[in-house]
Design a protein around this ligand. Sequence first.
Ligand code: HEM
Length: 178
Amino acid sequence: MEKVQKEMREAMQGKTKLEESDIPKFSYLNLVIKETLRLHPPGPLLVPRVCSETCEVMGYRVPAGARVLINAFALGRDEQYWGSDAESFKPERFEGSSVDFKGFNYEFIPFGTGRRICPGMTFGLSSVEVSLANLLFHFDWMLSQGMKIEDLDMMENSGLSAPRRSPLLVLAKPIIPL
Ligand code: HEM
């Protein structure tokens, strides 16, 4: 958080109102969003598919008519693709990497892939960028009294969408007035 805030506050060069046109200046913010989507895809099982023709995938026979779920959550944490620190939040892993969420890297598909890929990807991403950038630019964030980082429950509930398992309780300290 400190690293992303430092980058943003320096790039703003004294400006106090953040605009959408400022977003391209925040390259580390972009890595933070990617890493968040890798570890916490909001649609962890994408949208269910139905197999149209019986086929074989990696030795498994998938009959026509079978419902198929793609576990994007598990793919995003698979050590085979992400290394032994797959479970760690490390935005730097995307630095200089061509791995993106546009549907061509199957280990990272928070917006799905193929012809049913999320058509709202650009809109969704802009909304996350603008809201997160404003929250980080204007405020410093602290855990509520007595709470330690180790106490944070970062798991989600299972289901079609992935809300947090426990509410996030944080204190906002205004730094740059709105
Ligand atoms: C960060 C924000 C968002 C994420 C992570 C997200 C993720 C997804 C995922 C995983 C799917 C299923 C894709 C698949 O099964 O291959 C999907 C489908 C879809 N999304 Fe999004 N989405 C986001 C924002 C939006 C927004 C803002 C809109 C509309 C304005 C939208 C509209 C849709 C629609 C209509 C589908 C169904 C497409 C189809 O079945 O053909 N999404 N989204």
